[in-house]
Write a protein that binds this ligand. Structure first.
Ligand code: 13P
Length: 339
């Protein structure tokens, strides 16, 4: 069996990143509502099968994060979706958190559930083929928030999750997401992201997590969507993001894989590219995008098997563009070459 470090490094292999296809039942329903498709078990299965069987995706996709329902489903040829990914050379992973709930005594903030029974669930997921996992904590920026209390409890849960994963031979992806929903500036995002990551790494070390056997999945340092000053340029995002990481992310961490967090498809690609153009860095810097890899594919698929090839073309294009950006090699010409 591959070591934690070998699996972590394979997930951030050159030119490759991760597809986050682990939308919970509530989130995938929202995505399907946007294309007028009913969220039935069969349509969810068909949609994920369409993505996972796109020929050549393994050139740019190292791993896929699955939801509990998906890791148990079968493709139309009878193979499990896990086997379909494995046959393509893609590493299956699993979301193991159970979503967020209001934080006691600070109701505007959230804490992530899912630690109860996690050790046993990890054993089952490993038997089902998962080699890495994901846990997302959410930190919101607003009036008087985040509190250090919220950052502390979320960091504590992330570290408990990560230590349990490593005991079971599963690589934890540690995801403390500072949301970009507010009207805050890039500087405020930088300050909150730096504080959050400081606390997260202190707590990971305190709970004996091996930094060599994990991946960090952070937000980029970016202004809030409602910031009066508008979006920042890719070079401003790259500078602010790298300044923050150099201060707080230990070089022992093999890779940083960004979430897209509501950035536009090309925005997420352009920012990743700008960050990698400033490399080499102490860590591999890649992607673990959900929306920024899937939005175009979902629109092309429209809920119908007749559009499966169009959906796959759209997905492959975004996967390839982010594969280039992951090397700092994305160009406007490549972007135009949508196959
Ligand atoms: P987005 O890229 O859509 O933010 O999703 C990534 C993810 O896995 C969030 O937990």
């Amino acid at each position: 069996m591959a070591s934690l470090n070998e699996t972590a490094r394979a997930l951030v292999a050159p030119g490759k990143g991760i597809l986050a296809a682990d939308e919970s039942s509530g989130t995938i329903k929202k995505r399907f509502d946007s294309i007028g498709c009913d969220s039935t078990e069969d349509r969810r299965r068909a949609y994920r099968e369409m993505l996972f069987t796109a020929q050549g995706s393994a050139d740019a996709i190292s791993g896929v994060i699955l939801f509990d329902e998906t890791i148990r489903q079968q493709a139309s040829d009878g193979r499990t979706l896990v086997k379909v990914l494995e046959a393509a050379g893609i590493i299956p992973g699993i979301k193991v958190d159970k979503g967020t709930t209001p934080l006691a005594m600070s109701p505007k903030e959230l804490v992530t559930d899912g630690l109860d029974g996690l050790r046993a669930r990890l054993v089952e997921y490993r038997e089902l083929g998962a080699r890495f996992a994901k846990w997302r904590a959410v930190i919101d920026i607003g009036d008087g928030i985040p509190t250090q209390y919220c950052i502390d409890v979320n960091a504590h849960a992330l570290a408990r999750y990560a230590a349990l994963c490593q005991e079971e031979g599963i690589v934890p992806i540690v995801e403390p997401e500072v949301l970009m929903d507010g009207d805050h500036s890039l500087e405020r995002c930088a300050a909150v992201t730096t504080d959050t990551l400081h606390t997260v790494f202190d707590t990971l070390v305190a709970q004996r997590v091996e930094l060599e056997g994990m991946l960090l999945k952070p937000n980029m340092v970016i202004p809030g969507k409602k910031f009066a000053g508008g979006p920042a340029s890719p070079s401003a995002v790259a500078d602010a993001t790298l300044t923050c990481f150099r201060e707080v992310v230990p070089a022992a961490v093999p890779g940083i894989v960004f979430l897209s967090g509501g950035q536009g498809d090309q925005e997420a690609t352009a920012n990743l590219d700008a960050i990698n153009k400033l490399g080499p860095h102490p860590w591999q810097i890649s992607f673990s995008y959900g929306r920024a890899l899937q939005a175009a594919a979902l629109k092309a698929w429209k809920g119908s098997d007749a559009n499966a090839e169009a959906g796959q073309r759209a997905f492959l294009h975004r996967a390839r563009m982010n594969g280039l950006a992951r090397e700092g090699a994305w160009t406007a010409d490549a972007e135009k070459s949508a196959s």
